[in-house]
Design a protein around this ligand. Sequence first.
Ligand SMILES: Nc1ncnc2c1ncn2[C@@H]1O[C@H](COP(=O)(O)OP(=O)(O)O)[C@@H](O)[C@H]1O
Ligand SMILES: [Mg+2]
Length: 532
Amino acid sequence: MANPVTDIYRLTKAGLTLTYYGVALFPPHLPTPWPVRLLRVLLFPFKMIGFVLRAPFGAKTTSERLVTALTKLGPSYIKLGQFLATRPDIIGDELASNLSPLQDNLPPFPQDVAIEEIERQLGKPINELFVDFSEPIAAASIAQVHKATIMDHGQKRHVAVKVLRPDIEQRFENDQAAYRFAAKMVERFSKPARRLKPVDVVKTLDRTVTIELDLRLEAAAISELAQNTANDKNVRTPLVEWSCTTQRVLTTEWIDATPIGEIETLKRQGHDLTKLGTHVLQSFLQQAMRDGFFHADMHPGNLMVDASGNLVMLDCGIMGRLSARERRFLAEILHGFVTGDYAQAAQAHFEAGYVPAHYSVDEFAQGLRAIGEPIADKPASEISMARFLGQLLEYTAVYDMETRPELILLQKNLVIAEGVARSLNSDLNLWRVAEPVVKEWLADELGPAAKMAKMGAGLRAIDHFLDGLPSHLKHLEQDLDGLAKLSRGLQTMDETAIANLLSGKSSTGFSTRMALWIGAISLAILAINQLF
Ligand SMILES: Nc1ncnc2c1ncn2[C@@H]1O[C@H](COP(=O)(O)OP(=O)(O)O)[C@@H](O)[C@H]1O
Ligand SMILES: [Mg+2]
């Protein structure tokens, strides 16, 4: 049941923990409104205690302190932190990058607790279920994993058994209730923050967590991914042991493989790292574009390489879905950029309803041209698709575009997939690698009618895409570094467009974030009033 007092209590505890670890409640470079100044005074003694007690452990960076504070606050704050790290559109770039090292590692819970839970869930004593059962081999905020062996028709088979932490559902429910309360307050008291839809953002987090807390859904995601990628060479997902899977226990085929981060071991085993990098990126793009269902947690901890050189994808707790409409939109955009048809790319935004109709399509197209055209020559290997998509999302945010969590999730995971691919071979030409997948996607997505209409230009464009991609898009990597820099290339742009770009940037960057902070701070003051 909703209970504002316990919500406020929980938020206050979180606020005090952050203060103790010296994490600023308000970005220092922004003007300080009076409630913040008051709060600073109130919290000053606490900050000092934190400073003195933390001192022996050495001065740490803001990022390290933030990560420590969230880890101390527990599983749901780790998840919140990881979630927000993927949403710089809400919390700003600096905070997002400070959050990005947040690892999902926690000490394991005791073996007997895990065994008891598995027995309760699967309805049999552990030695009837497995012929052996290891100590935990990995532990994260939600669950831990054990290696076990089952006897199947006289044959031994190794399995991975993932089991949820005790009481994790209740802990999440309590903290999520507090987040919901905070989001509602922010929406009520701050008009500019409403566009960022904090209540919806918390709902998205809620949904992600609900899925992660039901391991049957993770099992279903593994099986859907396996089905989608069944004909893809060189990728592999573990088979689900449905008979040993419940809401709190997930059992999958054990795959003997090397973590993808262990580059030296992979080299020693004779794997072709360039090929592996290619598989990572191609598989990600295929999932996103062709299937519209992609692994959205493709960090190196969840990727391995088996003896045959297959890319093994584990941990389908977080998946992203792109609707046909969103994939079509991406296809149109990319097609527009590749052919230099910015009007088409702009039109796609309006048709998809992503940009409010009262804006001018031509003006919008001009902005897209500003991303595509003023571009310097760079080696293709330095071009990042993720950056391109990031710049596009950044630009479109200026036009009151509603936040589109799926596209942001896609972009963030593209950054990660590119990072993993580059760690395997830093010279990998990402556009070349992506080319066959994107070409197929464009051909499919633009559909027979569109293909007929665009027969000349369209097919040429696809060819051009093959040959000309690096030459046309190579500019995209140029470090525009935000919209202010971008505007320098816009001499030909009309004034309204420039004004939209610049004022839009400052309003999303400053006043909305400011409003969020004010909302949060009002909450904290309320909380302190309750406590003292
Ligand atoms: N089927 C499997 N085969 C081999 N190792 C596995 C398997 N499933 C999990 N693991 C190991 O356990 C670790 C944690 O599993 P994962 O599913 O990623 O859990 P979490 O959601 O806690 O991150 C993986 O990084 C991997 O080392
Ligand atoms: Mg994992």
